[in-house]
Design a protein around this ligand. Sequence first.
Ligand code: HEM
Length: 252
Amino acid sequence: MSWVKKTLSSTIGRKLLVSLTGIFLIIFLVVHLIGNLQLFKDDGGYAFNAYAKFMTTNTLIVLASYVLYLTIIAHVVISAALTLFNRKARGGENYMVTKSSSNSPWTSRNMGVLGTIVLIFIVIHLSNFWYHMKFGETPMVKYEKTMSGDIAIAQNFAVESFSKDLLKQDMVYKDLYKMVAEAFKQEWLVILYILAMAGLAFHLAHGFQSAFQTLGINHKKYTPFIEKLGLAFSVIVPALFASMPIIFYFKG
Ligand code: HEM
Protein backbone atom coordinates (compact mmCIF):
# COMPACT_ATOMS: atom_id res chain seq x y z
CA MET A 1 0.00 0.00 0.00
CA SER A 2 2.99 2.26 -0.45
CA TRP A 3 1.23 4.10 -3.31
CA VAL A 4 -1.50 5.19 -0.86
CA LYS A 5 1.17 6.55 1.49
CA LYS A 6 2.96 8.22 -1.42
CA THR A 7 -0.22 9.84 -2.75
CA LEU A 8 -1.23 11.09 0.69
CA SER A 9 2.19 12.49 1.51
CA SER A 10 2.88 14.36 -1.75
CA THR A 11 1.30 17.74 -2.49
CA ILE A 12 0.29 16.73 -6.01
CA GLY A 13 -1.21 13.46 -4.71
CA ARG A 14 -3.26 15.36 -2.13
CA LYS A 15 -4.37 17.89 -4.77
CA LEU A 16 -5.48 15.06 -7.04
CA LEU A 17 -7.51 13.48 -4.24
CA VAL A 18 -9.13 16.82 -3.36
CA SER A 19 -10.07 17.26 -7.05
CA LEU A 20 -11.44 13.74 -7.49
CA THR A 21 -13.44 13.86 -4.24
CA GLY A 22 -14.64 17.36 -5.22
CA ILE A 23 -15.92 16.10 -8.59
CA PHE A 24 -17.73 13.24 -6.85
CA LEU A 25 -19.38 15.79 -4.50
CA ILE A 26 -20.38 17.94 -7.50
CA ILE A 27 -22.13 14.88 -9.00
CA PHE A 28 -23.84 14.27 -5.62
CA LEU A 29 -25.09 17.88 -5.62
CA VAL A 30 -26.73 17.37 -9.04
CA VAL A 31 -28.46 14.14 -7.92
CA HIS A 32 -29.54 15.69 -4.60
CA LEU A 33 -30.86 18.78 -6.37
CA ILE A 34 -32.91 16.75 -8.86
CA GLY A 35 -34.39 14.74 -5.98
CA ASN A 36 -35.13 17.82 -3.90
CA LEU A 37 -36.85 19.56 -6.83
CA GLN A 38 -39.64 16.99 -6.27
CA LEU A 39 -40.52 19.19 -3.26
CA PHE A 40 -42.08 21.64 -5.72
CA LYS A 41 -44.59 19.11 -7.09
CA ASP A 42 -48.13 19.80 -6.02
CA ASP A 43 -48.80 16.23 -4.80
CA GLY A 44 -48.76 16.45 -0.99
CA GLY A 45 -45.08 15.46 -0.97
CA TYR A 46 -45.65 12.05 -2.63
CA ALA A 47 -42.87 12.32 -5.27
CA PHE A 48 -40.35 13.65 -2.73
CA ASN A 49 -41.19 11.03 -0.08
CA ALA A 50 -41.09 8.23 -2.66
CA TYR A 51 -37.70 9.51 -3.90
CA ALA A 52 -36.33 9.65 -0.32
CA LYS A 53 -37.56 6.09 0.35
CA PHE A 54 -35.88 4.83 -2.84
CA MET A 55 -32.62 6.62 -1.96
CA THR A 56 -32.53 5.10 1.51
CA THR A 57 -33.65 1.55 0.75
CA ASN A 58 -32.09 0.67 -2.62
CA THR A 59 -29.00 -1.42 -1.78
CA LEU A 60 -26.76 0.10 -4.47
CA ILE A 61 -27.68 3.63 -3.44
CA VAL A 62 -27.18 2.82 0.24
CA LEU A 63 -23.66 1.58 -0.65
CA ALA A 64 -23.08 4.76 -2.71
CA SER A 65 -24.14 6.85 0.29
CA TYR A 66 -21.39 5.22 2.41
CA VAL A 67 -18.93 6.18 -0.33
CA LEU A 68 -20.40 9.69 -0.15
CA TYR A 69 -19.80 9.98 3.64
CA LEU A 70 -16.20 8.78 3.19
CA THR A 71 -15.72 11.19 0.29
CA ILE A 72 -16.94 14.16 2.36
CA ILE A 73 -14.55 13.22 5.19
CA ALA A 74 -11.61 12.67 2.79
CA HIS A 75 -12.27 15.96 0.97
CA VAL A 76 -12.35 17.90 4.25
CA VAL A 77 -9.35 16.21 5.89
CA ILE A 78 -7.05 16.29 2.83
CA SER A 79 -7.98 19.91 1.95
CA ALA A 80 -7.29 20.96 5.55
CA ALA A 81 -3.91 19.18 5.45
CA LEU A 82 -3.05 20.92 2.15
CA THR A 83 -4.04 24.36 3.50
CA LEU A 84 -1.95 23.89 6.66
CA PHE A 85 0.99 22.58 4.63
CA ASN A 86 0.83 25.60 2.26
CA ARG A 87 0.75 27.98 5.21
CA LYS A 88 3.77 26.30 6.79
CA ALA A 89 5.62 26.39 3.47
CA ARG A 90 5.05 30.16 3.42
CA GLY A 91 6.81 30.41 6.77
CA GLY A 92 3.67 30.58 8.87
CA GLU A 93 2.42 33.68 7.10
CA ASN A 94 -1.27 34.01 6.68
CA TYR A 95 -1.23 33.92 2.93
CA MET A 96 -4.46 35.86 2.71
CA VAL A 97 -2.48 38.98 3.47
CA THR A 98 0.71 38.41 1.51
CA LYS A 99 1.45 40.54 -1.53
CA SER A 100 1.40 37.60 -3.95
CA SER A 101 -2.17 36.88 -2.92
CA SER A 102 -3.43 40.03 -4.61
CA ASN A 103 -2.90 38.26 -7.95
CA SER A 104 -5.20 35.34 -7.18
CA PRO A 105 -8.99 35.62 -6.99
CA TRP A 106 -10.65 36.12 -3.60
CA THR A 107 -12.43 32.75 -3.83
CA SER A 108 -9.19 30.81 -4.37
CA ARG A 109 -7.57 32.47 -1.32
CA ASN A 110 -10.55 31.69 0.88
CA MET A 111 -11.38 28.12 -0.06
CA GLY A 112 -10.63 27.00 3.53
CA VAL A 113 -13.08 29.50 5.07
CA LEU A 114 -15.73 28.82 2.41
CA GLY A 115 -15.29 25.05 2.81
CA THR A 116 -15.68 25.41 6.59
CA ILE A 117 -18.98 27.30 6.07
CA VAL A 118 -20.22 24.46 3.82
CA LEU A 119 -19.06 21.84 6.36
CA ILE A 120 -20.87 23.58 9.24
CA PHE A 121 -23.95 23.74 7.01
CA ILE A 122 -23.73 20.00 6.24
CA VAL A 123 -23.50 19.12 9.96
CA ILE A 124 -26.57 21.25 10.80
CA HIS A 125 -28.37 19.98 7.69
CA LEU A 126 -27.77 16.31 8.50
CA SER A 127 -28.94 16.81 12.07
CA ASN A 128 -32.12 18.50 10.75
CA PHE A 129 -33.26 15.83 8.30
CA TRP A 130 -30.93 12.92 7.69
CA TYR A 131 -30.41 12.02 11.37
CA HIS A 132 -34.16 11.96 12.08
CA MET A 133 -34.82 9.98 8.95
CA LYS A 134 -32.14 7.37 9.67
CA PHE A 135 -32.19 7.08 13.46
CA GLY A 136 -35.16 9.00 14.78
CA GLU A 137 -38.88 8.61 14.53
CA THR A 138 -40.62 10.63 11.87
CA PRO A 139 -44.19 11.49 10.94
CA MET A 140 -45.63 9.12 8.34
CA VAL A 141 -48.15 9.55 5.56
CA LYS A 142 -50.38 7.24 3.57
CA TYR A 143 -51.32 8.17 0.00
CA GLU A 144 -54.06 6.90 -2.27
CA LYS A 145 -54.89 7.11 -5.95
CA THR A 146 -58.00 9.20 -6.56
CA MET A 147 -60.67 8.41 -9.18
CA SER A 148 -59.06 10.97 -11.49
CA GLY A 149 -55.72 9.13 -11.22
CA ASP A 150 -54.04 11.81 -9.06
CA ILE A 151 -52.24 11.00 -5.83
CA ALA A 152 -53.76 12.40 -2.63
CA ILE A 153 -53.04 12.09 1.08
CA ALA A 154 -55.23 9.37 2.64
CA GLN A 155 -53.96 9.72 6.22
CA ASN A 156 -51.33 11.60 8.22
CA PHE A 157 -49.60 9.93 11.20
CA ALA A 158 -47.93 12.04 13.88
CA VAL A 159 -44.36 11.30 15.05
CA GLU A 160 -45.76 9.56 18.17
CA SER A 161 -47.49 6.92 16.04
CA PHE A 162 -44.29 6.01 14.17
CA SER A 163 -44.22 2.28 13.42
CA LYS A 164 -41.92 0.19 11.24
CA ASP A 165 -44.77 -2.24 10.54
CA LEU A 166 -46.95 0.53 9.21
CA LEU A 167 -44.13 1.55 6.87
CA LYS A 168 -44.26 -1.88 5.25
CA GLN A 169 -47.77 -1.09 3.97
CA ASP A 170 -48.29 -0.01 0.39
CA MET A 171 -48.22 3.77 -0.19
CA VAL A 172 -47.04 4.53 3.37
CA TYR A 173 -43.91 6.69 3.65
CA LYS A 174 -41.82 8.57 6.18
CA ASP A 175 -43.14 12.11 5.73
CA LEU A 176 -39.88 13.92 5.05
CA TYR A 177 -41.81 16.45 2.99
CA LYS A 178 -43.65 17.53 6.14
CA MET A 179 -40.36 17.70 8.09
CA VAL A 180 -38.84 19.94 5.41
CA ALA A 181 -41.96 22.15 5.27
CA GLU A 182 -42.01 22.49 9.10
CA ALA A 183 -38.25 23.18 9.30
CA PHE A 184 -38.42 25.95 6.71
CA LYS A 185 -41.05 27.82 8.73
CA GLN A 186 -38.17 28.90 10.99
CA GLU A 187 -36.77 32.25 9.88
CA TRP A 188 -33.29 31.65 11.35
CA LEU A 189 -32.93 28.35 9.50
CA VAL A 190 -33.99 29.93 6.20
CA ILE A 191 -31.39 32.70 6.69
CA LEU A 192 -28.75 30.12 7.59
CA TYR A 193 -29.50 28.11 4.43
CA ILE A 194 -29.30 31.24 2.25
CA LEU A 195 -25.94 32.26 3.77
CA ALA A 196 -24.61 28.71 3.45
CA MET A 197 -25.69 28.54 -0.20
CA ALA A 198 -23.80 31.80 -0.82
CA GLY A 199 -20.73 30.13 0.74
CA LEU A 200 -21.29 27.04 -1.43
CA ALA A 201 -21.58 29.25 -4.54
CA PHE A 202 -18.21 30.92 -3.92
CA HIS A 203 -16.61 27.58 -2.97
CA LEU A 204 -17.81 26.05 -6.26
CA ALA A 205 -16.89 29.15 -8.29
CA HIS A 206 -13.22 28.34 -7.68
CA GLY A 207 -13.45 24.60 -6.92
CA PHE A 208 -15.23 23.50 -10.10
CA GLN A 209 -12.68 24.76 -12.64
CA SER A 210 -9.74 24.18 -10.29
CA ALA A 211 -10.61 20.47 -9.98
CA PHE A 212 -10.43 20.02 -13.76
CA GLN A 213 -7.22 22.04 -13.96
CA THR A 214 -5.56 19.84 -11.32
CA LEU A 215 -6.56 16.75 -13.29
CA GLY A 216 -4.54 18.21 -16.17
CA ILE A 217 -7.51 19.22 -18.30
CA ASN A 218 -5.92 22.41 -19.53
CA HIS A 219 -6.72 23.01 -23.16
CA LYS A 220 -7.13 26.13 -25.32
CA LYS A 221 -10.50 24.92 -26.55
CA TYR A 222 -11.98 23.20 -23.46
CA THR A 223 -10.71 25.31 -20.54
CA PRO A 224 -12.83 28.43 -21.35
CA PHE A 225 -15.87 26.13 -21.65
CA ILE A 226 -15.13 24.44 -18.29
CA GLU A 227 -14.70 27.88 -16.67
CA LYS A 228 -18.05 29.09 -18.02
CA LEU A 229 -19.76 25.82 -17.03
CA GLY A 230 -18.24 26.10 -13.54
CA LEU A 231 -19.49 29.65 -13.16
CA ALA A 232 -23.00 28.75 -14.35
CA PHE A 233 -23.04 25.70 -12.03
CA SER A 234 -21.86 27.71 -9.03
CA VAL A 235 -24.70 30.23 -9.52
CA ILE A 236 -27.59 28.00 -10.62
CA VAL A 237 -27.20 25.02 -8.25
CA PRO A 238 -26.87 26.97 -4.94
CA ALA A 239 -29.64 29.37 -6.11
CA LEU A 240 -32.03 26.45 -6.70
CA PHE A 241 -31.14 24.93 -3.30
CA ALA A 242 -31.67 28.34 -1.65
CA SER A 243 -35.04 28.75 -3.39
CA MET A 244 -36.38 25.74 -1.41
CA PRO A 245 -36.30 27.25 2.11
CA ILE A 246 -37.40 30.62 0.68
CA ILE A 247 -40.44 29.21 -1.16
CA PHE A 248 -41.50 27.02 1.80
CA TYR A 249 -41.10 29.94 4.20
CA PHE A 250 -43.41 32.19 2.17
CA LYS A 251 -45.88 29.34 1.50
CA GLY A 252 -46.15 29.05 5.29
C1 HEM B 1 -31.64 23.51 0.57
C2 HEM B 1 -32.24 22.47 0.14
C3 HEM B 1 -32.01 21.08 0.67
C4 HEM B 1 -32.97 20.25 1.13
C5 HEM B 1 -34.46 20.55 1.25
C6 HEM B 1 -32.33 19.01 1.53
C7 HEM B 1 -32.98 17.93 2.08
C8 HEM B 1 -32.38 16.76 2.48
C9 HEM B 1 -33.06 15.62 3.05
C10 HEM B 1 -34.58 15.56 3.30
C11 HEM B 1 -32.15 14.65 3.30
C12 HEM B 1 -32.40 13.24 3.89
C13 HEM B 1 -32.98 12.34 2.81
C14 HEM B 1 -32.04 12.01 1.70
O1 HEM B 1 -30.96 11.44 1.95
O2 HEM B 1 -32.37 12.33 0.54
C15 HEM B 1 -30.85 15.16 2.90
C16 HEM B 1 -29.67 14.47 2.97
C17 HEM B 1 -28.43 15.01 2.68
N1 HEM B 1 -28.17 16.29 2.23
FE1 HEM B 1 -29.55 17.67 1.74
N2 HEM B 1 -30.98 19.10 1.26
C18 HEM B 1 -30.73 20.36 0.75
C19 HEM B 1 -29.48 20.85 0.39
C20 HEM B 1 -28.27 20.21 0.57
C21 HEM B 1 -26.97 20.75 0.21
C22 HEM B 1 -26.75 22.11 -0.44
C23 HEM B 1 -26.03 19.82 0.57
C24 HEM B 1 -24.55 19.86 0.43
C25 HEM B 1 -23.83 20.97 0.38
C26 HEM B 1 -26.75 18.68 1.14
C27 HEM B 1 -26.13 17.55 1.65
C28 HEM B 1 -26.82 16.43 2.08
C29 HEM B 1 -26.15 15.17 2.43
C30 HEM B 1 -24.66 14.89 2.41
C31 HEM B 1 -27.18 14.28 2.79
C32 HEM B 1 -27.04 12.79 3.21
C33 HEM B 1 -27.25 11.96 1.95
C34 HEM B 1 -27.21 10.46 2.16
O3 HEM B 1 -27.40 9.96 3.27
O4 HEM B 1 -27.01 9.75 1.15
N3 HEM B 1 -28.08 18.96 1.13
N4 HEM B 1 -31.03 16.45 2.40
